[in-house]
Design a protein around this ligand. Structure first.
Ligand code: SF4
Length: 233
């Protein structure tokens, strides 16, 4: 039976090259992805968001996300919100450093001791936010979970997430719906009602209240076509 993919948290680091905090964002995000929470996170590529990659955007609609920004311009958080959905959590590094009494690295190209301390603390903060979002309680451990200890390292770019995007004409305009075939298959197998189906679609897609009736009609039509196709196939 097809199942919806395992829920993970998407980490979106800003791509700042001009500030040491931009480098800090990328280093700490990588630590969280590869060392601290390899099985619970994927990264989302900010440039692909801006370039209009459907899979990146579908991922952020489908999964909770954390934006990690190097300054208060909050490029990662704003791009995520604009092109997909508001991030579940947002970390602005200067605020984080000030709250912890930590310093950014002196230069934007090289880590120093202060930068490493800040990156470690930031990676731990990201990992803790991941746990909170996923509702995971962890016993304190002496050493962080390492990639070698985990079953399968999945610190991958979400480009490979494989969440489908379906385009339906709704209220006279083509609109994107994420994960529709996966939801259809799960509901067909479970024998649930069309009302439940629409509720499931709404979990993964932001549907404007004023267009709900039009969305419902289009999605139920698509579901009928999908069911017919499966029967005949
Ligand atoms: S959030 Fe700040 S550091 Fe990051 S890309 Fe935007 S302007 Fe650059």
């Amino acid at each position: 039976m097809p199942v919806l993919p395992k829920k993970k948290v998407g980490l979106i680091s800003c791509s700042g090259e001009e500030l040491p905090e931009g480098m800090l964002s990328r280093v700490a995000t990588l630590q969280a992805l590869e060392r601290l929470r390899p099985n619970e996170t994927v990264t989302l590529c900010l440039p692909l968001f801006l370039a209009g990659n459907d899979k990146e955007r579908a991922f952020a609609k489908f999964y909770p996300t954390i934006a990690i920004d190097g300054c208060d311009k909050r490029c990662a958080a704003r791009a995520t919100e604009k092109y997909s959905a508001p991030p579940t959590a947002s970390i602005v590094i200067p605020e984080f450093l000030a709250a912890r009494g930590l310093d950014a690295p002196k230069t934007r190209r090289q880590m120093d001791a202060a930068g490493e301390r800040a990156a470690d603390a930031l990676a731990q903060e990201i990992a803790q936010r991941v746990d909170e979002i996923l509702g995971v309680k962890r016993e304190p451990v002496a050493e962080p979970q390492t990639a070698a200890e985990s079953e399968a390292v999945t610190a991958t770019c979400s480009c490979g997430s494989g969440i489908p995007v379906t385009r339906l004409v709704i209220a006279g305009k083509e609109r994107e719906i994420v994960a529709l075939p996966l939801i259809f298959e799960q509901f067909r197998n479970d024998g649930k009602t069309p009302a439940e189906l629409f509720d499931a679609v709404k979990i993964y897609n932001a549907i404007p209240a004023e267009l709900e009736a039009a969305y419902r009609e289009a999605i139920l039509c698509a579901y009928a076509a999908h069911t017919l196709e499966k029967r005949e196939g």
